[in-house]
Write a protein that binds this ligand. Structure first.
Ligand code: FE
Length: 335
């Protein structure tokens, strides 16, 4: 009761003051538009939503400096969040709500960014062609010559690729990680092209039996309006790697307040809104991501992928290895 009346008082205040919030977001998912609409309705705060690729937004914030209108930076991927932090564009946020709801391994150690969703980077295989999933138990198997010419991976410049290698450096050490990158490159069926969904489509087309992709893309394809994508998704089997040891690599989408923010109160309100039970449910039900909150029921589609063990390596530890991952890909000639 008390909470409700407080919210309506702040709502009226916001409307009277003409409060605004400027979001620079690199997330490209339909769920986010619905979430913003809901926030506007609830709070009366007007949201200006600028959407572009993460590197473009980071470049823009750098150029704009203190004059940047951005209050919040939202993006998928630990390496993108790390890049914004290292560019000195983010401000720490001291929020009890965020500290309480987000497990500590999913927050930046300086409180400069916070996970809003999780996704596992998994291996898919051509189940419809009777491929043996036991060929790949661990990420390490992807570098084994037994997979020569039978693996599809997106480009090494893709943020998800950098972050996966960063997690392998953190877990296996630099020397093993370099061997892994070399091995994966040697196993590729073709030169990397397209996004995660394109790797799945190529597996379906028979270009290779295995590919790396994020879990939510499978959910999105299973519910796609394009019947071909539904067929592709249904033809694939899912392998959660490293289940007998550290667990599958978890990447996140995250939110950060910018250093330049002039609407800090509104920005923090939106950050906390993203971690509310209601929004976490939207993120799992519309975008098939895993919620960060532990009290949210998983969407049925991602439940059907099965339970799995997550690598609990703190995001800050992975972040430390991103630069080295870029260097290793470069050294082995993986573009
Ligand atoms: Fe994505």
């Amino acid at each position: 009761m008390l909470k409700k009346s407080l919210l309506s008082i702040s709502m009226i205040g916001s409307i009277l003051l003409g409060a605004e919030l400027n979001i620079y977001s690199a997330r490209h998912y339909d769920a986010d538009f619905e979430i913003i609409k809901k926030f506007e309705q609830k709070t009366g705060i007007k949201v200006n939503h600028t959407q572009a690729r993460p590197q473009e937004l980071i470049k823009r914030m750098r150029l704009e400096g203190d004059k940047s209108p951005a209050d919040l930076f939202i993006t998928a991927d630990i390496s993108n969040l790390t890049e914004a932090k290292n560019a000195n564009l983010l401000a720490p946020v001291d929020s009890k709500v965020l500290q309480e709801v987000i497990p500590s391994h999913l927050r930046d150690k300086d409180n400069q960014w916070f996970a809003i969703t999780k996704r596992a980077r998994i291996v898919v295989y051509a189940k419809n062609r009777g491929v043996d999933p036991n060929l790949v138990k661990n990420y390490e198997d992807l570098a084994d010559p037994k997979l020569k010419g039978n693996l599809l991976v997106r480009s090494a410049t893709a943020a998800y690729s950098k972050t996966l290698l960063a997690s392998i450096i953190a877990n296996d050490g630099s020397a093993e990680a370099k061997k892994w990158a070399q091995g994966v490159l040697a196993n590729l069926a073709s030169k990397p092209k397209g996004g995660d969904r394109d790797q799945a489509r190529q597996v379906y087309a028979g270009d290779a039996d295995f590919a790396i992709m994020n879990t939510y893309y499978i959910g999105l394809m299973k519910h796609s309006k394009n019947p071909k994508d539904v067929e592709v998704a249904n033809s694939l089997g899912i392998i959660f790697p490293n289940q007998d040891n550290r667990g599958a690599h978890i990447n996140v989408s995250g939110v950060a307040m910018t250093k330049s923010s002039k609407n800090r109160k509104e920005a923090q309100a939106f950050m906390e809104f993203l971690l509310s039970k209601e929004v976490q449910e939207m993120l799992t039900n519309i975008n098939f991501e895993y919620p960060v909150r532990s009290d949210v029921k998983l969407n049925e589609t991602i439940q059907s992928f099965g339970q799995f063990k997550e690598d609990q390596l703190p995001v800050s530890e992975i972040a430390k290895k991103v630069q080295e991952a870029v260097k290793i890909y470069d050294e082995v000639g993986f573009r």
